[in-house]
Design a protein. Structure first.
Lengths: 299, 214
């Protein structure tokens, strides 16, 4: 069995990294530019970010490939560069972590609405994911993370592409839910129960949620997932939902707050805890320390 | 069931071919186009909008209903134009410059069209100047802007500032939305309103037209 999955099966709690986007902006990415274009020119930046998260104590570090599927890159006329863009990003993280953490290849939505609701042919979406997954496989990632999905049909296409093009690589599948007065749903109307059952049946290795919520709602999401699946769970929470302070947008949840609340994620049965929008190395370091202490006490 | 109720019912269920065919039937039966629009199509879309707002249905259902609406409008539009029936209001909409997200904006455009407004969709990555120039040329009543990135939100302020500079402020109402946008931000930059979702965007735009909002 894959080492990562074995550790999860043994009940270990692993820490994933936080957001990448903000750090790219701090390091030269201009508003409106393709974040993945940095993978062609600024490998130093990718390495720098991976190092910060490794030093913060993350066990799993993601590649800057969220928008790296050819279909998504097409809006920046970069579709043909997809294989290189994805391979470069995974390799950059691998060089930095050199076995000290797992390299997780991130795959986000294609940015189109699939037929019959939208205009995009599912076959085109599948082919696009195949190209990205093949690049992940060739560059030697440890795990693939398909994330921020809202449409289960698209998630299943990405999962199928991962299985075909990256055999033997574990796949984590996370969806983004909105909190409504009637419970949690993705924008496409997928419930947590539906996501859990479908993803488990489709053969995902780790399932869960990222983005869209602060950590308190993520605890509720995790508890709901746990009711419907025995698979290991991953939660990557935003540092809250953004608010405006003195004209600046801020994510309100502090590293200390998230670190304290992260213990409740462990109690809810979550195996991998990381961050999404608004989280940085300080959040990951605080969560790392809090969870290490917490699990020591509960041994 | 009456023909117009059938149109509404089938539209709510997203049966586009049936809605188009029933709309043709209604036209052949000499039902006035405005009545088909108001009591069939818009009546159906209003229910869809209400259910969507209440989280009883989701984006896929809205997209199918909107497709049915658009199909029926192909049939009705030439007739409405011929009869010179005034549109409810004209909205220029787009995602702001440097922002390539457009799912939310598209949804708002669909819902506004569904509610009977004329919508000029400028797409995504729209510069501030373009919102203003098109709104001026088209004599639009409303500018709707979406931003999904915190980094692109300042374009919204630029549009409000430009509107003030050009004396359009107060004549053209400006409504903003998108995940990182808030009511506070709308207040801060001086936009007329903030909408938290698609259904609310329609309510907000409707509130600008008290006279003909029936």
């Amino acid at each position: 069995m894959n080492k990562l999955l074995e550790r999860l099966k043994n009940g270990e709690i692993l820490i994933a990294d936080g957001a990448i986007g903000t750090m790219l902006f701090e390091r030269g990415l201009k508003s409106g530019e393709c974040p993945e274009a940095m993978n062609l020119s600024r490998l130093d930046v990718l390495e720098d970010i991976a190092r910060l998260y490794l030093d913060a104590g993350a066990d799993i570090i993601q590649s800057n490939t969220f928008g790296g599927s050819p279909l998504k890159l097409a809006s920046y006329s970069l579709a043909d560069e997809a294989p290189l863009i994805n391979r470069n990003a995974v390799s950059a993280v691998s060089r930095v972590v050199s076995g000290k953490a797992y390299v997780s290849a991130s795959c986000g939505p294609c940015g189109q609405i699939l037929k019959p609701y939208g205009d995009t042919d599912p076959e085109i979406v599948y082919k696009s994911f195949e190209i990205q997954m093949q690049a992940f496989f060739e560059s030697g990632c440890d795990v693939i993370c398909i994330e921020t999905m809202m449409d289960l049909a698209e998630m299943l296409l990405a999962l199928k592409a991962a299985r075909k093009m990256a055999p033997g690589i574990p796949v984590m599948a996370t969806m983004t839910f909105d909190a409504t007065p009637k419970g949690f749903f993705t924008i496409m109307g997928v419930t947590i129960e539906k996501a859990a059952c479908t993803l488990e049946e489709a053969g995902a290795d780790v399932i869960g949620s990222n983005c869209g919520n602060g950590i308190e709602d993520m605890i509720r999401i995790a508890r709901e997932y746990r009711k419907h699946t025995t698979l290991p769970l991953i939660i990557q929470s935003n540092a809250g939902l953004p608010v405006i302070e003195n004209g600046e947008l801020v994510y309100p949840e502090s590293p200390e707050f998230m670190a304290e609340k992260a213990k409740e994620l462990v109690d809810a049965g979550v195996s991998i805890i990381g961050g999404c929008c608004g989280t940085g190395p300080a959040h990951i370091r605080a969560i790392r320390n809090s969870i290490s202490t917490f699990t020591e006490c509960h041994k | 069931m009456e023909l117009l109720d059938q149109i509404s019912f089938n539209l709510q269920n997203g049966f586009d071919k049936i809605v188009a065919s029933l709309t043709k039937d209604a036209v052949e039966k000499q039902i006035p186009p405005k009545e088909i629009l108001s009591n069939g199509l818009i009546a159906g879309m209003n229910i869809v909008g209400e259910k969507f707002k209440n989280h009883d249905i989701f984006l896929p259902d809205v997209l199918l209903a909107a497709r049915a609406m658009n199909g029926a409008m192909e049939v009705l539009k030439p007739l409405l134009i011929k009869e010179g029936i005034p549109i409810r209001g004209k909205v220029v909409i787009g995602s702001v410059k440097d922002d390539l997200h457009d799912i939310g904006k598209n949804l708002v455009a669909i819902l506004l069209k569904g509610a009977g407004f004329e919508v000029i969709d400028l797409g995504n990555d729209v510069p501030a100047e373009k919102f203003i120039s098109v709104a001026r040329e088209e004599n639009a009543h409303v500018i709707g802007m979406s931003a999904l990135l915190t980094t692109t939100m300042p374009v919204m302020k630029k549009v409000v500032d430009l509107a003030k500079d050009e004396g359009l402020f107060g004549k053209i109402r400006i409504v903003i939305g998108g995940a990182p946008v808030s009511k506070e931000y709308a207040l801060e930059i001086g936009a007329d309103a903030y909408s938290y979702d698609g259904a609310n965007a329609v309510e907000t735009v409707e509130s600008f037209f008290p006279a003909n909002s029936q």
